[in-house]
Ligand binder design. Structure first.
Ligand code: HEC
Length: 177
């Protein structure tokens, strides 16, 4: 037990020595007006969270992006969580299509943005290419207690797919690849 504590403190110390802090909203601004300007390319039902996730991409990217190529510089991907409609017993209702029914109530807005050189601030074992991440509340305020290490470590599972779960897949499906 003691040993585990020592190791984890050592790795925290090492991160400090390496001198990086995850930038979050300092870099990735709230994309004002995205619901009007951006392209809604997918929705993902998460019954476990009673949530429907609306996925948006920046329009400039959507016209240029091709399956098999990394998204262009300046790409912004947004995941907007909506609360699902609940029945009288508090379970998530299903619509006629068998899908969850989204309400207009937005709970969280997750943003990932890619800018040339952004990855240079982070060590190679942390870096997600040139992507950075932010977490906003529906009024556009940064979520106060947001942690970004999880964004980096989980999205690294998609290293071969430009660090995202749904947009690269969308492009592959669209182009039949
Ligand atoms: C435990 C793994 C995990 C963590 C941690 C995580 N994500 Fe994701 N993210 C996912 C998955 C999986 C999806 C696809 C939607 C789904 O299945 O819920 C996703 C989707 C997204 C998308 C839409 C583009 C895409 O990749 O499909 C954005 C934007 C996003 N996440 C941002 C963030 C931000 C910002 C954070 C940190 C505050 C974060 N994520 C933390 C797993 C994670």
């Amino acid at each position: 037990m003691n040993k585990i504590v020592v190791i984890s403190l050592a790795s925290v110390f090492a991160a400090g020595v390496a001198g990086y802090t995850l930038a979050g909203p300092d870099r990735v601004a709230f994309p004002s007006g995205y619901a009007e300007r951006f392209v809604l390319y997918n929705t993902v039902d998460r019954p476990d969270r009673k949530t429907i996730r609306f996925m948006y991409v920046s329009p400039e990217t959507h016209t240029k992006a091709k399956a098999g190529e990394p998204a262009p510089d300046g790409t912004i991907l947004i995941m907007e969580d909506h609360r699902a409609k609940l029945d009288a017993s508090g379970s998530a209702e299903l619509g006629p299509d068998g899908r969850l029914v989204p309400t207009d109530q937005i709970t969280n807005i997750f943003v990932m943005e890619k800018r040339a050189g952004w990855g240079d601030a982070y060590p190679p074992e942390v870096r997600n290419g040139d992507w950075d991440y932010a977490h906003y509340l529906p009024d556009g305020a940064p979520k106060a207690d947001a942690k970004f290490d999880g964004c980096f470590s989980c999205h690294r599972n998609r290293t071969g797919r430009d660090f995202n779960f749904t947009y690269t897949k969308y492009l592959m499906d669209r182009e039949g690849k």
